[in-house]
Design a protein around this ligand. Sequence first.
Ligand code: M6R
Length: 618
Amino acid sequence: MCGIVGYLGKQNATGILLEGLKRLEYRGYDSSGLAVLDSGGLEVTKRVGRVKELLAAVKKSPSQAKMGICHTRWATHGGVTEENAHPHLSSDGKISLVLNGVIENYNPIRKFLTSKGYTFYSETDTEVLCNLIAYHYAKEIDSPSDGGTRFSQSVRKALHHVEGTYGLAALCADCPDEMVGARHGSPLILGVGNDEMLLASDVSALVSRTPNVVYLNDGELVHIRGNNFTISTHESEDVQPVINTVDWDVSEGEIGDFDHFMLKEIFEQPEALENAMRGRFSQDQSTAKFGGLNVTPQELRQIDRILLCACGTAWHACLTIEFLIEKYARIPVEVEYASEFRYRNAPLDKNTLVLVVSQSGETIDTLAALKESKRKGYTTLAITNGVGSTIARESDGGIYQHAGPEIGVASTKAFTSQLVIGAMLALYLGRLRDLSFNEGAEMVIGLKEVPDLVRKIVQQSEHIHTIAKKYVHKQDFLFLGRLSMFPIALEGALKLKEISYIHAEGYPAAEMKHGPIALISEDCPSVFIATEPDTVSKVISNMQEVKARKGQLIIVRSESCEMPDGLADDEVVIPDCHPAVAPILACIPVQLLSYYIAVERGCDVDKPRNLAKSVTVE
Ligand code: M6R
C-alpha cells in the first residue's frame, strides 16, 4: 500500500512527481503529499483526498525545484489527516521522508527521540523514522568512512535500528543534489534517465521518463548524487547494479473511452487471454510449454503434491487451478491463504512444489509464504503479472501473465489470465503423466477458442446492465456454484463486496441448505452459476429451494444447461466450451453484474473505499 515517487534532475520536479503519483494512486488514495527542495529549503504540501486535491494545492504556489519526493497514502498508523499524510518533516526541519511499509518498533524509538527533544506532530511510524534519521544526521560527521555522505550515512544508521518493512525515499535540507532510497520488504525501483534519476514503488510511475530501471533488493540502499548513484547493502557493501530495460507501453495504462478502468479491463480480457497463451503451445498442439519454469519435465514428474498460495482474488484463482490440476494431471493440490501459511508451519511432503499466484507480484503475505517455502528448501514457482516484481525475482521460476497493467483495484483481467495459465499448466502437467494426446489436443482447441467466446460474452454487457438495475437496492447476495464454479461464486461475491459495499457470500451450491438458506428472502437474491451438464439437475434443485422461499434467481448458465421455464428471474447464457475453460467464461457475467450494480449505486468503482490494489503491509 502507499505509493512513493522521487525525482532529482534538471526539469521542474513537481509536474513529474505528480504525474508519477497519479499512476500510483491505485496503491492508496486517502491522502497525498509532496516535498520539494530548492534554495529556499524544503517545502511540504499535503492534502487529504485524491492526488487531484494535491495538484490543486500545488498549482496555487508553483515551485521551480528540480528535486522532490511524494506519496499517496493508504493509512496504516493514524487516521486520514493532513498531519498523518507524507512526506514527514523532522522536527528540526532537516529531513523529509516518504515511506511505504510499517516500522514495527516505532514506539520505543519515539520515546527515545522525545527524550532527546524531538517533537512529533502526527501519529505515524514514518515521522518517527524521519526524526531518527535527523537524530543521526545531527550526530554524523561530514565525510563518513564508507564513502557516502553525512546524509546517506544517517539514513543507513537509522535503518539499523528499525524493525519492519519499508520502501522509502528521503531528502535532506542541506543536500540540494542528494536523494536516498532504501528497501526492505516493500518495493522500490530506481529509474536511470537522461540527466535525471527517479525512485518509485512501481515502474508505472517512471516509465514515461525512462525505460532503464534497477530493481532494488531487500536490504539495499541507493544514494543518488546529481547524475550518479551507488547502491550498497545496509552493511555498506557495494552492490553492482543491474540495469533492466522495461518494455512497457504507457498508453496501456490510459483509460481511453471507458468510464472506468475496471470496465476497460473487463473488455480487455480477450487480448489478455491471447497474450497469456501466445507462443505457449507445443508444435503438435497437444500440450503447453513455458519458457521460465526452470524445472525439468523429469523433476516435475517427481512432484507428489502441489501447494498453491495467494491472497484475495488470486486465492480464488488457486482454488480453480487446484480443481484443474487434480482433474487433468491427477496431482494432489492444497490451497492456502498466504497470510496463514507463512505463520502456520504446515508440514509439507518432501516432493511438494510450491506455486504462488499474485497479480502485482508484491503482495507481502504471498511474498512471505514464498520466502518461507524457499527457506525450507522447496522448489517455488510463481504466476504473476508483475514483470520484474519481487515475487518474480524471488521465485525459482514462473509464468508471466502478460495481461498488461491492471489499474482498477478490483481484479478482473488478471484473474481470468491466471485461470487460463492454470488450465495450461494443468494440461502441461497432465501430459507429463497420464493425459492422452487426444485429450491434450482437445484441451488446446478449447483454450484457443476462449478469447472469441469471451468477446461474445462482453457483447452482452447492456443486457447485464439492465439486470443490474433491478437489484441495485439489495443489501445481501448469495453466489452459488458447484465444483469449478464454486471459486467463481466466491469471486463474484468478492467483486460485489469490494466495489458496491453490498454484503455477499459465495458458497458451493449444495452447501446452501446447511445454513445460508436461512438468509433467503425477497431481499436476498441468489446468483447461480451453472455450466456443467453432469450436475445441473442437482443445481436446479438448489435453485428450486431458493424459489420456494421467495428468493430471486439470477442464473448464469451455459447453453446446454437448460433451465425449467420460469425458474430464472434473470438469466445470462454463455457459450458451451471445454470444461477446463468454463470458469473463465462464467466469470465475465459476474464481473459485469458487480460493475454495473456499483455504477448504479454511484460507487467509485476504480478506487473503492478502504482498499488498495497492492497490499504490501501485513
Ligand atoms: O497482487 P495480488 O494478486 O497478490 O493481490 C492479491 C489481493 O490483494 C487482490 O486479489 C485483491 O483481493 C483484489 N482487490 C481483488 O479484486
